[in-house]
Write a protein that binds this ligand. Sequence first.
Ligand code: ADP
Ligand code: MG
Length: 164
Amino acid sequence: MTSIDAEGALRVESAEEMRELGRALGARLQPGDVICLRGELGAGKTTLTQGIAAGQGVSGTVASPTFTLVHEHPGEVPLFHLDAYRLESSEELWDLGFEEYLRAGGSIVVEWCDRVADALPDERLTLLLQHAGDARLVSLLPHGERARALAAALRQEWEGRRRP
Ligand SMILES: Nc1ncnc2c1ncn2[C@@H]1O[C@H](COP(=O)(O)OP(=O)(O)O)[C@@H](O)[C@H]1O
Ligand SMILES: [Mg+2]
């Protein structure tokens, strides 16, 4: 993937920090929120999702859904974790039942969302993960008012946190 301008991106030094960022995001998610993850293989998308699940307080182990395509994690606000890596078109996302997931009262994380760009809702927070040596840069790309608020709160929390 061509790297895009990562100016203003959050710097994430380790997998543990990636989970920490995910927890901060997950704790803020509400039913209907859609989180889209972009970044090449190994960028940290699944690791971030593990943190989101922890922050959202859902049960179950978060693994890469590459082969099963969708993992459902029950909870007060359930988490639907999708991987679009193997999808050929947005149509196939609908075939997976994306519409029902959107209406199911949970939050949704879509890895490889750029593969199904046409099917993504107007309101969504995209996170672009890029390698920066051994660390990662995470760009927040909000679409819509809700996502902008989420991104601003997450950035503020991340930049203001204490480092060990
Ligand atoms: N911020 C980070 N810094 C260093 N390593 C990371 C970071 N985030 C994740 N990793 C590591 O990168 C590898 C790939 O992560 P993974 O979440 O599986 O990527 P993806 O789902 O994007 O393919 C894992 O070994 C993970 O521990
Ligand atoms: Mg993955």
